[in-house]
Design a protein around this ligand. Structure first.
Ligand code: HEC
Ligand code: HEC
Length: 221
């Protein structure tokens, strides 16, 4: 007679719970993330009129290139627009254009889903629109900006500083002017914006802004 190796009850219990957990994990998480991704893509349709289907933006309406932007940053900005800590200043024409769009996202889940979708869009790099002294800009950037935005402008989630490499120069220059004028980063609840404001003020004139932009234009996203 053949001898069958018997499984001890403890082993059976172990395998059963493993199979249940594994199966549950596959169906539960798999389904959850797929529907969240679809929801993100669906919500993004509301963004297409200004940011384009590939997320590369439209300078004509001042909408930045957000393709491949990290979800943590997109999410943070959308929440700021929703809360009115960004895009509320009466001189912030573009911010006021964006704010109602962020408000069209009803739940925090919507914000998370659309932000995750934006991160999946492949980065698009546009040709420079500004000219400046890239060498001087390189020096200035590494003296002041790189500590937060990274040596290659790649951004740093730890200090909540976004990627600047590959983002359009006209948009970044506009934001620097807004920070300097207190049109952005002036709200007492905007912790990161308030951190960034004095940094923008180090760039004392348009030449200084253009030089940093000329340097950033040499970097890849
Ligand atoms: C009516 C045009 C319009 C629509 C539609 C729109 N946006 Fe915007 N968006 C803008 C403009 C203009 C700005 C620039 C605001 C500024 O200069 O401060 C902006 C800025 C942003 C920023 C900030 C980027 C940064 O680098 O700080 C994010 C993120 C963003 N939009 C995401 C979205 C998402 C997601 C949607 C869809 C739910 C959306 N936008 C719909 C016009 C629009
Ligand atoms: C102390 C850290 C720190 C330093 C130094 C710093 N930044 Fe920032 N920067 C930030 C943070 C944080 C944000 C995000 C602000 C927000 O959430 O609204 C930011 C945002 C920006 C933005 C807006 C980007 C966007 O997508 O809208 C620009 C442009 C920018 N920084 C440029 C610079 C430049 C140029 C320098 C150097 C002169 C610099 N920063 C130095 C922390 C810093």
């Amino acid at each position: 007679m053949r001898e069958y190796k018997k499984l001890a009850p403890r082993q059976i219990a172990l395998w059963t719970s493993f199979l249940i957990l594994f199966g549950w994990g596959l169906s539960g998480c798999g389904l959850g993330s797929t529907s969240a991704a679809m929801r993100g893509q669906q919500l993004f349709q509301n963004c297409v009129p200004c940011h384009q289907v590939d997320g590369s933006g439209n300078p004509q309406v001042g909408a930045p290139n957000i393709a491949g932007m990290k979800a943590w940053y997109v999410q943070a900005q959308l929440q700021k627009f929703r809360a009115g800590t960004r895009g509320m200043h009466f001189s912030d024409v573009e911010g006021m254009r964006m704010r109602p769009m962020a408000l069209s996202l009803i739940t925090d889940g919507d914000v998370t889903a659309v932000s995750a979708y934006v991160e999946t869009l492949p980065p698009v790099k546009h040709a420079p629109t500004l000219t400046g002294d890239a060498h001087a800009g390189d020096n200035q950037f590494h003296l002041v900006c790189a500590s937060c935005h990274g040596t290659n402008g790649e951004g740093n989630a730890d200090v909540k500083a976004p990627r600047l490499a590959g983002v359009d120069d006209w948009y970044l220059a506009t934001q620097l002017r807004k920070f300097k004028a207190g049109i952005r980063g002036n709200n007492s609840k905007d912790i990161e914006g308030r951190l960034m404001r004095p940094m923008a003020r180090i760039l004392t004139d348009e030449d200084a802004i253009r030089n940093v932009m000329a340097y950033l234009d040499t970097l890849k996203p």
